[in-house]
Design a binder for this molecule. Sequence first.
Ligand SMILES: [Ca+2]
Ligand SMILES: [Ca+2]
Length: 281
Amino acid sequence: MKKTLLMLVAVLVYCTAYSQITPGLTNDFEDGTTQGWSNGGSSPNPPTNVPDGGPGGAGDGFLEEISSGGAGPGSRMVVFNRESEWLGNYSVVSDFTFDAKVPTNEDLFIRVAIEGGSDETSICTTNAVTVPAQSDWNNYFLSLDPSAFTIIGGDNTIEETLADVTEIRIIHSTDPAFIGESIDATLHLDNIFVTGPIGSVEDQLAATFQMYPNPAVNTIQVSAELEMEHYVVYNLLGAKVAEGVIEATQKQIDVSALQSGTYLIEVMAGDQTTTQKFLKQ
Ligand SMILES: [Ca+2]
Ligand SMILES: [Ca+2]
């Protein structure tokens, strides 16, 4: 079954290198780069890769973005990405998840903003997630469903914009916006991960698979509208840390023995496989 995951990873790597956004896209900042996240041209404080101190501790790289407050380049809390792996048709993905912490003194209201469509329409998540001041690492979710967005500017519909994305941004803003707010703050990001039905809607497992709670403490409940046979849990290094039979449409899986951190659970049903991320607290 590990072979299946490796094949999946290989497909995702291939797709992300040469194609458009796909479920499973991950930016974990383990390659020493910002993986395309940028402030643009004249910023005096562009995002940087910090090699130590991510959610995994020593040796876990993460992205640090600093905004200076005031006015001018670098004043606003915003990072954008125009790498091809982040562009294209977002109808195949469902959630934008990430680990974040704020070492500075003000709460940040983090949103995803997107530009796309023939009219370069800009949209932003209607709701923000609050990353508290002086917080430790936590996992956050923002839906990428059209119903989760508000139009900021332009004449395309939200659906048209999400079908042809040309830029994605992570911003801090009290209200939906396309440019982040000016603030003197620092944001740490890691394990940016895009979930979604792997394959298409005819993949009944991926389309109906559910898992909760996430983050999990002692157990996670998995369910789907067809009988699942088997599950495997991997850590982010790809090592198998747990497995078991399901042989039902739902099961409580004991994860109490896992160390705190981020894991992937792979569930098999016939020739269908789905892989989702969860956080163990
Ligand atoms: Ca990392
Ligand atoms: Ca900056």
